[in-house]
Ligand binder design. Sequence first.
Ligand SMILES: Cc1cc2nc3c(=O)[nH]c(=O)nc-3n(C[C@H](O)[C@H](O)[C@H](O)COP(=O)(O)OP(=O)(O)OC[C@H]3O[C@@H](n4cnc5c(N)ncnc54)[C@H](O)[C@@H]3O)c2cc1C
Ligand SMILES: NC(=O)c1ccc[n+]([C@@H]2O[C@H](COP(=O)([O-])OP(=O)(O)OC[C@H]3O[C@@H](n4cnc5c(N)ncnc54)[C@H](OP(=O)(O)O)[C@@H]3O)[C@@H](O)[C@H]2O)c1
Length: 509
Amino acid sequence: MNAIIPQALGPAPVPVIPESAPFTAAQRAWLNGFLAGLYGGVVGNASAGPPPPAAVAEDFPWHDPAIELEERLQLAEGRPLERRLMAAMAQLDCGQCGYVCQSYAEALASGAETSAALCVPGAKATQKALKALLAEKPVAAAPKPAIAAAPTGRPIRFVSAARLTGPGSAKDVRHVVLDLADSGLAYEPGDSLSLAVENDPALVEAVLAALGAAGDDSLRAELRCRRDIARPLDRTLDLLAGAARHAPHAAALRALADGEDGVEPADADLLDLLQAFPSARPPVADLVASLPLLKPRLYSIASSPLACPGRVELCVGVVQAARRGRLRDGVASCHLAFRATPEVSLLAQVQVSHFRLPADPAKPVIMIGPGTGIAPFRAFLQHLEATGARNRAWLFFGDQRGATDFLFREEIEAWRAKGTLARLSLAWSRDGDRKVYVQHRMAEEAPDLWRWLQDGAHLYVCGDASRMAKDVDAALRQVAMSEGGMNADQARDWIVALARQGRYQRDVY
Ligand SMILES: Cc1cc2nc3c(=O)[nH]c(=O)nc-3n(C[C@H](O)[C@H](O)[C@H](O)COP(=O)(O)OP(=O)(O)OC[C@H]3O[C@@H](n4cnc5c(N)ncnc54)[C@H](O)[C@@H]3O)c2cc1C
Ligand SMILES: NC(=O)c1ccc[n+]([C@@H]2O[C@H](COP(=O)([O-])OP(=O)(O)OC[C@H]3O[C@@H](n4cnc5c(N)ncnc54)[C@H](OP(=O)(O)O)[C@@H]3O)[C@@H](O)[C@H]2O)c1
């Protein structure tokens, strides 16, 4: 930690907090990172720095999606249950569970939330870790199941969902255009749009048929608009198990609820369960009440209001997967791509984000957004063009094939030609013999990337959290090590400091 970095690498060396200083390891790491960031990443050898930040607010060293689950749990060892539960979450604060990581963990610890299966990006590994941690907790009385509130939001109008990927692409990505009309919604580049959508009516009809309730219109409305029928919770499995008249059905449902490996139907939706376990038919009202609420989906806004007044535009990847002979449609993406019409309004809200262009036009902007991660950067580039802001901008984009998957190609090439985009680095993963990803381009461009960062660049990452964002984070550390002469600890501290200064922002999902 106290290594002296050669002077030749840049400006004056910065102080390093000595190991003997009266700070915890986390405070020392924070301070060293802060200083490294302040001094442009060159860590030197000096003693004391400023006092730790105000009251050294509770730190969450595990709150980083780039850290593996095991390490996150270790970082939280010795902390109260709610913090260890938080460490088991995917650390994305993505809202898909209806909370952020901290509040979901607190709700589980207090018993206000009973399902350990809500962390979508954390998937089974998180669920297992949560269950193991919760097993330590005294059993509390079961809270009442959630009452389905009406979806909220302002009505906006669907305009179009043109395909952005070309013929022959393995992907179906849509340019969704929505008319804000009289909704009163306003947004800025970097914000996300939360959309409340309905379940696929055909899937709802199949569920009603399996329940023998095809004539029940109020049940139809409830299942269509308010309940998540794709991801049943443990409480639904327990309810079905309790009602099963056939012992093997009850046993299989219990095993599914316990998350045992290899039990079929794996990753079942409500229809799978009803079809696989016909002896399990609890009262319909109880079954419906056990289902989670249908949550709105978030989309990074892909437009600037200056370039698209009265409209909001999105870049939406259609989510579909075949399982057990049935195509499983992502609720919102398939609604937007296949079912939405201008005649039926959508309920929307703007989620204000931390993701913001620098106010200072002297600060360069580095944007890393493969796939649908391009969305907020289209908004940024529209905004830079519309305002005439002079920030130097560099985009790293990529996807499978250049010929079919270069989303917003014409606009991006026009920005490059005009200079709105000073640099463009493209990574096509399936055009050659080996995979080329954005982080490979970062490594190739390391000296320039480092120079831009030394010039005070703000670096943004958007797109896939589980693979891309982690690897980009690692690539950034590598740049700090190769170009800034840092060791691994210093590089990590430098990145932490960059993030705390708002110069490393991620919108990953
Ligand atoms: C901050 C933020 C920004 C985002 N920005 C974007 C963006 O710009 N563009 C973008 O495309 N996405 C974005 N997302 C992701 C987006 O919110 C959705 O998660 C994504 O579109 C999938 O939602 P969906 O409703 O289509 O799929 P879901 O219904 O949520 O389905 C998710 C998974 O469940 C499976 N599934 C669905 N139904 C069934 C079933 N019946 N049986 C079994 N499995 C099933 C699907 O196959 C899929 O794997 C963002 C997310 C966040 C948190
Ligand atoms: N967890 C998964 O397995 C998985 C898979 C697909 C999509 N998704 C989800 O789909 C959304 C985004 O999908 P998208 O289609 O817009 O983009 P995407 O799946 O992220 O693909 C965009 C580009 O990123 C590449 N890529 C794959 N792994 C990468 C890595 N580790 N580092 C850098 N680049 C990588 C892809 O290459 P290749 O595809 O050629 O490898 C592709 O060229 C997110 O919600 C994401 O979580 C998840």
